[in-house]
Design a protein around this ligand. Sequence first.
Ligand code: KIV
Length: 263
Amino acid sequence: MNKKMTITSIQKTKGVRPLVMITAYDALFAKLFESSSDMILVGDSLNMSFAGKSDTLSATMEQMLYHTNAVCEGAKNSFVVCDMPFGSYDNKEDALKNAMRVYKETQADCVKIEGGESRADIIEYLTSHGIAVCGHIGLLPQSVRSEGGYKVKGKNSIQREHLLRDAKAVQKAGAFCMVIEGVKAEVAAEIAQSVEIPVIGIGAGVEVDGQVLVFSDMLGLFEEFTPKFVKKYMDGAALVRSAVKNYADEVLAGEFPKEEHTY
Ligand code: KIV
């Protein structure tokens, strides 16, 4: 989008138009996404699609700072969200120390924290110390090992009530917006209506206040698995393979470089 979003302008979109969020892990892609997105998320999903690990749990603070710096360099006009990695916000002191590093060592605009009611004290501590927080409720990728897989939420009344409590707790703790992931669409819609801050969905249907997708999923670059909620806007893997094969074929045939590529 043309003008850099702020916490205030992000909040003002609620009920007016959906927010567009996309992940990026480096300056190259961040620059390409800048003109079409409101917010760029440096997600700890980078541990999977960028670093090749099987889940997000081993992402470190150093990794997140490195990639956030790269994204901020590439997209100077974007509102950048830095994901706090697993284990970096287990208690108030660690959370504040690590979130302060995000503000001091990068140009990120806010941090994102996974968890609802159970993390409300941490969110409140951060927001009361001048850190802007984006919440994250529903399916929490950092809980994949403790929950034994990625489990869609909001499937029964107990889960629905739990999610409603989570959303309200995150809002009350001072988060300015939240991501809701892997939640039945009707429950996500109810949650979006029950809070005043924007609720940005991923695998949570259309009746929320915005959408976020992991860029390597939606560009078809990540081939390990594709969740049901992902729409592939291009077949990036096939395009890249074919381009690199063309290059290899031309090198092997002595057809590259040609005169125009030669000094
Ligand atoms: O890490 C990430 O990319 C995320 C999105 C799935 C919202 O948290």
